[in-house]
Design a protein around this ligand. Sequence first.
Ligand SMILES: Cc1ncc(C[n+]2csc(CCOP(=O)(O)OP(=O)(O)O)c2C)c(N)n1
Ligand SMILES: [Mg+2]
Length: 623
Amino acid sequence: MRLTVAQALVRFLSRQFSERDGVEQRLVAGCFGIFGHGNVAGVGQALLEAELADPTALPYWTGRNEQGMVHAAAGFARQRDRLSTLACTTSIGPGATNLVTGAALATINRLPVLLLPGDVFATRVSGPVLQELESPTTYDVSVNDTLRPVSRFFDRIWRPEQLPQALLGAMRVLTDPVETGAVTLALPQDVQAQAHDWPEELFERRVWHVARPVPEPAMLARAVELLRGASAPLIVAGGGVIYSGATEALRTFAEATGIPVAETQAGKGSLPYDHPLALGAIGATGTTAANAIAREADVILGVGTRYSDFTTASRSIFAHPDVRFVNLNVAGLDAHKQAGLPLVADAREGLTALAEALRGYDTGAGYRERVARLAAEWDAVVDSAYHRGHGPLPAQSEVLGVVNEVSAPRDVLVCAAGSMPGDLHKLWRTRDPKGYHVEYGFSCMGYEIAGGLGVRMAAPDRDVFVMVGDGSYLMLASELVTAVQERTKIIVVLVQNHGFASIGALSESVGSQRFGTRYRYRDPGSGRLDGAPLPVDLAANAESLGAHVIRAHGVEELRAALLAAKEYDGGPVVVQVETDPAVPAPDSDAWWDVPVAEVSQLDTTRAARASYDVAKRDQRTHL
Ligand SMILES: Cc1ncc(C[n+]2csc(CCOP(=O)(O)OP(=O)(O)O)c2C)c(N)n1
Ligand SMILES: [Mg+2]
């Protein structure tokens, strides 16, 4: 079949499916793009031809910023448990390098996204082409090589003959739960347009099975032995529990054994918040309940977690002198962490096998009661944080409370950076395994709106509440326009506190006096950024982009606005609310390692360093 490289690529992608547990879905459900000279005549032409022949072949959406397109693809993939994703086509040069942040986010969060940047001429006859990087030492690098370290698979298609193998390799990585992340196929602009005779088999319908590896019996036996000897075990549930669809298996396992469950950011939703064995969030942004149990636990069963520094409170939270780890994880990299006993397997398969092998084991009524009591104490803290009645501006925790109370159990909460992820981790009451979507692998300002768009595209039957700070909004709100164009309903709660409340509080805690974290005029007198607040009106900004905007003053107006937003059906709604940045969320009783200056002229820094040195003593490496 004679087609251009780009036409062959589009035709191939339209025929790829993933399958797990017998359920098939499109592997690449569509393509975001921004055109430039590096892709308009190649991939752009192929997408046009495909759309005219069959609009469902590879649906196309126009993005506003390439980074935003990748965020949307990552949000989509996460909502679909990594079984389906989107492609992103870009021009060469800045269009391609704008992908880097999104690619890093996807790879760090282990989310499949397919990136298709244009690249410089393979023939080099027209070089240096507009936006080409010229190196005096080598002619075979381009700006796209910046995508190599942030991609789990990278290939450049210098010749049409290379395309079939590259495509098969790309699909393999996208559908492998261990290897998945950003997959980049760089496409020189002349090669995109080049015709070639392709074998028909290339375009046959292909179904990529997503594996559920089972635990090795020898390792299972060792894990069971360790767990049977535990008197105060704890499960740390990570994102792998959700992606594997293992929440039911987890619940059955926890109920049978009496082992309580603490959740990482990606694992939040593994159990409903009010389950008797749910301790809620663990670590630096955890609940006092989970952190108290974590300090005493003698065996930690990590399930689908990569033990980020927030989860381990920078390696200070697992304080039992003889604590041991059993790590059920599909990825060897994670299974071996904390010198744990590696149980390399799919979360659902592993939990089912463990439940069977641990029959008869129970932590006992006393332990179950202690867990329930600590959880109830935390729940009372959440309740008062939701209903603080702070004035004149509400506290952020009250805003989270109203969003939680107005949202339906199956609605999805999306967030990524600022002070909200930490507050949400400890305070959000999750009622559905797919109801909580905080991107905290990369914690990327600007993910929120774009990621929320992808979530809604993946789950059109759920309302999506995007919580975004003013700083994150300013970083990247442009996909609002995409949501307007597609009439995609997302409810954006824009929390205005005039700067970086999160980093401001962090700055203060490390003795840096909130330096450079407020959005203030430079004061002519002091010469510093401590003048009046800036006259920025983000609600007007959102309005100007075509979003439906509601300005809410205080908690009750916010409630009414969100109820109205739930009823609205004309595309994105932005609800702006101003909060008091000075009210902190309830304390987690946990630490985060942010090194403080060892010598300083400032009293604040010296005091912070003294506290840092004390906290550092609790840090340990588990060997
Ligand atoms: C792209 C990016 N740049 C910088 C940071 C570091 N950072 C984390 S939170 C934050 C401030 C966020 O401000 P805002 O969105 O207003 O949220 P708030 O802290 O006020 O809750 C910054 C600068 C980041 N996470 N991502
Ligand atoms: Mg802010």
